[in-house]
Design a protein around this ligand. Structure first.
Ligand code: NAD
Ligand code: TYD
Length: 360
């Protein structure tokens, strides 16, 4: 069996759902259930004996040691993290605790477990760390995309904490021989995406008749990958990745934020037109830019394609249509995640700008 951490979050829950659908191998899912963790993402697995959910922290050394001893997983896949740049700007502490201290404690527990495995267990074991392209920093407009040997230049508390965790993972391979793999992926989108991030936020705000907040001039570029493609890349790296190696994962899909929002507005105009016949793009509102906002990320995923034959199955056009349709089809999920604490976050992050519909 495998142990997944953070498997009630956006990418982790998609990974667990796909894993259970495609393999007979059981999953232990360790997730502390922060605001971003949601058991409802996994509701279809409620009576499935191949999915064991454990509410707990990756930084709880005793709990992790017990789970490893009890279930003897052949792999640990670490999704657990604080993941939102804007939240890291408001309050970096949780990012340091989970992404750095939590990953360190998890690595320590895994190192102790690995150390007592028989040789055959050692040979089969893998620790796969899920990371981000944001550790490489920001690119100028014409610079080549990030390769795995690009310098680490993180600019936000989020990316700095992920960079630190990547370094720890690397060090545990070089120092202790832990069989690690690291993936650095670009921006994901798709089902179960918590609506604090650009794409789900704009889909839900559009449908609710609220402003679509564009930071700064909206010309910041991200590479977008459909979440199921990220999951297939992780499965492939787990299966065939070379120990100690880093693999960049991306969709070959660089787009300025404004184009992303225009695309999803056009799809909404077609699938769920506004009652007044106006296009959704009229809701676009320019708001104050994010401090230290990285201008461009671009991923060169050719190593993963060349060495392991992985390619994304979706283009942005196909993936974003599926995503918009998913949000239209899953209103109960949306209503549950947009209550209470979520509204507090919107007030904190967008309060002034959103209330005034302020334009820059
Ligand atoms: P998410 O915020 O949706 O989910 C994170 C999950 O981790 C939540 O379920 C949360 O409850 C859990 N968690 C947080 N702290 C924990 C702790 N101390 N112990 C156990 N569980 C804990 O994040 P996501 O978007 O699914 O990202 C998953 C991973 O992928 C993260 O490591 C992130 O850095 C990385 N990543 C994300 C993206 C993206 O676009 N979302 C892109 C590249 C890499
Ligand atoms: P986000 O989804 O938060 O992901 P990340 O910061 O990890 O790339 O943001 C994607 C891009 O969209 C980023 O350049 C910031 C921008 N953005 C907005 O313009 N408005 C918003 O309300 C949000 C949440 C993000």
């Amino acid at each position: 069996m495998i142990l997944v951490t953070g498997g009630a979050g956006f990418i982790g829950s998609n990974f667990v759902l796909d894993w259970i659908a495609q393999s007979d191998e059981p999953v232990i899912n360790l997730d502390v259930l922060t605001y971003a963790g949601n058991r409802e993402n996994l509701a279809t697995l409620d009576n499935n004996p191949r999915h064991v959910f454990v509410q707990g922290d990756i930084g709880d050394s005793e709990l992790v040691a017990r789970l490893l001893a009890e279930h003897q997983p052949r792999a640990v896949i670490n999704f657990a993290a604080e993941s939102h740049v804007d939240r890291s700007i408001h309050g970096p502490e949780d990012f340091i605790q989970t992404n750095i201290v939590g990953t360190f404690r998890l690595l320590e527990a895994v190192r102790a477990y690995y150390g007592q495995l028989p040789e055959s267990g050692k040979n089969a074991f893998r620790f796969l760390h899920v990371s981000t392209d944001e550790v490489y920093g920001s690119l100028t407009k014409d610079a080549p995309a990030f390769t795995e040997s690009h310098r680490y230049e993180p600019n936000s508390p989020y990316s700095a904490s992920k960079a630190a965790s990547d370094h720890l993972v690397r060090a545990y391979h070089h120092t202790y021989g832990l069989p690690v793999l690291t993936t650095n992926c670009s921006n994901n989108y798709g089902p179960y995406h918590f609506p604090e991030k650009l794409i789900p936020l704009c889909i839900l705000n559009a449908l609710a008749g609220k402003p679509l907040p564009i930071y700064g001039d909206g010309q910041q570029i991200r590479d977008w990958l459909y979440v199921k493609d990220h999951c297939s890349a992780i499965r492939r790296v787990l299966e065939a990745g070379r120990l100690g190696e880093v693999y960049n994962v991306g969709g070959w899909n660089e787009m300025p934020n404004l184009d992303v929002v225009h695309t999803l507005c056009a799809i909404l105009d077609e699938l769920s037109p506004r009652a007044d016949g106006q296009p959704y793009k009229t809701q676009i509102t320019y708001v104050t830019d994010r401090p230290g906002h990285d201008r461009r990320y671009a991923i060169d995923a050719s190593k993963l394609e060349r060495e392991l034959g992985w390619k994304p199955a979706e283009t942005f056009a196909t993936g974003i249509r599926k995503t918009v349709q998913w949000y239209l089809d899953n209103q109960p999920w949306v209503s549950n995640v947009t209550s209470g604490a979520y509204r507090d976050w919107l007030g904190k992050q967008y309060g002034t700008n959103e209330a005034r519909g302020e334009k820059q």
